[in-house]
Design a protein around this ligand. Structure first.
Ligand code: PMV
Length: 348
């Protein structure tokens, strides 16, 4: 191996699920298939500096910087990640790493950086593997990057490529697998190819439940098996919707998925309410705006209180006016992020 020292930089986006991944088994494998829009503006940029060690010791060697400042609090998470991926990347212990990372979105905004962060790091590690072994095809490169990212954070495997990504094996979706995310292979109507996502930061507080604990609540959850089957059914139904551009049917699936994710948490043992009063107010406002104007705007949620407002690009002016007039009041410090469907990670 000639790779003695150097660096790689990748910018990887966040993603927002339409059909949600909630519940896992085994080595970070999903209990049900999911599909997401890859985002564009919300992203993590990571530089991995590597230097060959003369005597690889037992522990992984690395330092971490967030926005230029040492970030030791992230170390255990990255150390666990290295342990998990070590058998797939045996070269790791031969190097000392400096990992420099920064996010395009504000810290403690309640936007999870794990998907974009783990995906950016996985891509940097793949670039090093490529440098060492030299003969990885582009397809294998991105496939393994997604596989490795999955071991860091499940949903991170959907943050490698654009624009719609499926993770989890589904009988009707060619190439789909539990092991990594694949570009959605079906036809996608133009309306969905430029979809907008304005993220309302209604609650910037710390997450009440970590996603690891949240997934754990699906073990022994009374509705788990039915929910896992429903996710597959919703993914089946979404295929035709994506092809025909039926925004009304899209809304019905996406909003129900978001509320089902929260319903699972509200009915777990223990149970949690992750919406805030502002989340509910925003949802009601979106519903009445849609009813009054006929504009096909809808919401989706992650495992928190922030609201993703999804709508076609052609409705941008009307929706932004609505957001600025009626929804900004619910955002902490009036903060929201304008994002849209994106093309996936890029090497810088
Ligand atoms: O990737 P994790 O373990 O943080 O899980 C996140 C799951 C949701 O964001 C709530 C849903 C999804 O499919 O992205």
């Amino acid at each position: 191996a000639t790779a003695t020292s150097g660096s790689f930089t990748w910018r990887a986006p966040s993603n927002i699920a339409l059909v949600k991944y909630w519940g896992k088994r085994g080595e970070q494998l999903p209990a049900n298939p999911s599909v997401s829009f890859t985002l564009d503006a919300c992203a993590t940029t990571t530089t991995l500096r590597y230097k060959k060690r003369e005597y690889p010791d037992d522990d992984f060697g690395f330092e971490l910087y967030l926005d230029g400042a040492v970030k030791d609090s992230f170390k255990p998470k990255i150390n666990d990640f290295f342990h998990r991926i070590g058998k797939y990347m045996p070269f790791l212990k031969h190097y000392h790493f400096t990992i420099e990372t920064s996010n395009s979105f504000p810290h403690s905004s309640g936007i999870a950086s794990s998907a974009s962060g783990m995906s950016a790091l996985a891509l940097c590690l793949m670039s090093l593997e490529q440098e060492i072994s030299g003969n990885i095809t582009e397809e294998d490169f991105f496939r393994k990057a997604s596989f490795i990212a999955r071991l860091g954070s499940g949903s991170a495997c959907r943050s490698i490529r654009g624009e719609l990504v499926v993770w989890g094996s589904h009988p009707e979706i060619a190439g789909s697998t539990d092991l990594y995310g694949v570009a959605y292979p079906g036809k996608v109507h133009p309306v969905f190819r430029t979809y907008q996502d304005t993220i309302l930061l209604v609650d910037r507080g710390e997450k009440q439940v970590s996603s690891t604990a949240g997934h754990g609540l699906m073990h022994g959850h009374p509705f788990a098996e039915r929910r896992f089957a429903q996710a597959s059914e919703n993914l089946s139904a979404l295929q035709q919707v994506l092809e025909t551009g039926d925004t009304e049917a899209f809304i019905a699936i996406v909003e129900r998925e978001a509320l089902t994710l929260h319903a699972m948490m509200m009915t777990g043992k223990p149970y949690f309410i992750l919406m805030s009063p502002a989340t509910l107010d925003v949802i009601r406002k979106i519903w009445s705006f849609r009813k009054e104007t006929g504009v096909p705007v809808c919401f989706t949620l992650d495992a928190g209180a922030n609201v993703h407002v999804l709508y076609p690009e052609s409705e941008k002016e009307a929706v932004m006016e609505f957001i600025n007039n009626e929804l900004v009041a619910y955002c902490e410090k009036g903060h929201y992020i304008c994002d849209r469907i994106g093309g996936g990670a890029v090497a810088l």
